[in-house]
Design a protein around this ligand. Structure first.
Ligand SMILES: Cc1ncc(COP(=O)(O)O)c(C=O)c1O
Length: 404
């Protein structure tokens, strides 16, 4: 039974700094309660400066930013777009909005992100078939950057632009550069669970200022420059509100603090749990800095004697919110029959990560006490694994599904 007397520990709760109220108040007193306004302009400039991109366009969500990037690359019905498979569905939904066809690419073990090996094979096949993708969407999972150098080299060979889905990796670095600023376009999400939040919101970044001006145009119903309301192409209502942009400005000021807090939560989990046989934490590739948005690990059931499902159940019973690793998109009913390239003939990395992975609570506003409660719960689960085995049988009995 859940320990309802204990406070709930969330996976990644919003963390306000206190300065947000100042900007909200300013939006109210100036009556800029609109999509667009001075806070939107300032938020765009401040974020672009922070990540070192020439320009940034603030939009209503990370998903909208991906769709706009695809529009800017002229993705339309019948086109192909390659996309990481191990990710949240929002990475690929915009491909479908435009009537294009996704092709999913597996992960590789060191970054958990797009496998250059699988990408190479997919590009080779597509070239042979005379049907190259219009774009490649590379996801930086849980804050860890993908192998951008190898991926860009492959895509450049075929002149295919790369969109970085950096929804989860704002504040992360790849070889000294901000995650999201290396491909043609990068996108960030400010959803409530992200490292900084505007409740909902997103940003499209690029060094191509002209393209971002076009994104702003498309995101405001594609209104032609005429005194009357005139439209020559399809547009969207995707801009960010001035109130939310104000929240974003205050949040951006504490981004580095938030990264440090999440990294130190990871460190604490690592120090306390990494010695347990069968536990392996998500690696951090050399020459990169992950924002450690979520601390993720895998459980080798043969060595640990416990599956990720059993651990998730134990945490849930202690009123702690933890999650399995994303279910790969090529395994989703929505994408049944969609083409997929695995890392190698023998290694299906994303499927293995899904089967064994778990994300621990990682919010930057977790108290030390909360962090110790999570650690203790995990340790207890291993200490009493025999009783959890019987729990596993119990889960099987209740759900009719194996927990392992
Ligand atoms: C990898 C990834 N891509 C895209 C998104 C979509 O962002 P949003 O919720 O702001 O639309 C999210 C999160 O929600 C995400 O985790």
């Amino acid at each position: 039974m859940p320990m309802l007397n204990k406070n709930r520990i969330y996976l990644s709760a919003p963390h306000m700094s206190g300065k947000e109220q100042f900007y909200i108040e300013d939006a109210f007193t100036s009556n800029w309660i609109a999509p667009l306004g001075p806070h939107v302009d300032a938020f765009e400039k401040e974020l672009a400066l922070h990540v070192g991109a020439n320009d940034a366009a603030a939009v209503s969500s990370g998903t909208a930013a991906i769709q706009l990037a695809l529009c800017l690359l002229d993705v339309k019905e019948g086109d192909k777009v390659f996309c990481s498979s191990l990710t949240f569905v929002a990475s690929a939904n915009p491909i479908m909005y435009l009537g294009a066809e996704p092709v999913f690419i597996d992960s590789e073990p060191e970054t958990w992100n797009m496998s250059p090996q699988a990408l190479e094979e997919a590009l080779h096949d597509a070239a042979k078939e005379g049907n190259l993708p219009k774009a490649v969407i590379v996801v930086h999972l849980y804050g860890q950057s993908a192998r951008m150098e190898e991926i860009l080299a492959l895509c450049n060979n075929y002149h295919i632009p790369v969109i970085e889905d950096a929804a989860e990796s704002l504040g992360s670095l790849y070889k000294g550069k901000a995650s999201g600023t290396i491909g043609k376009f990068g996108i960030y999400s400010f959803n409530g669970n992200k490292i900084i939040t505007t409740s909902c919101g997103g940003m499209l970044v690029s060094n191509d200022v002209e393209a971002l001006n076009k994104a702003r145009f498309l995101a405001t119903q594609a209104r032609d420059p005429a005194p009357h309301y005139q439209h020559s192409q399809k547009g969207y209502n995707y801009r960010l509100s001035n109130v939310l942009a104000g929240i974003g400005r205050a949040q951006l000021q504490v981004l580095e603090e938030r990264v440090n807090a999440r990294r130190s939560i990871f460190e604490r989990y690592y120090q306390e749990l990494a010695h347990i046989p069968g536990i392996q934490f998500m690696p951090e590739m050399e020459n990169t800095r992950s924002n450690r948005w979520l601390t993720a690990l895998t459980l080798d059931e043969q060595k640990s004697g416990i599956s990720n499902h059993v651990l998730l159940q134990a945490l849930a019973e202690d009123n702690i919110e933890a999650r399995p690793v994303w279910k790969p998109l090529h395994m989703q009913p929505l994408f049944a029959g969609v083409r997929y390239y695995s890392h190698s003939e023998h290694a299906n990395v994303s499927e293995q990560l899904f089967k064994t992975g778990i994300c621990l609570p990682s919010g930057s506003n977790m108290t030390e006490e909360d962090q110790w409660r999570v650690i203790q719960c995990v340790k207890n689960c291993f200490k009493h694994k025999n009783s959890f085995f019987s729990d596993e049988r119990r889960i099987t009995k209740i759900t009719g599904k194996s927990a392992g």
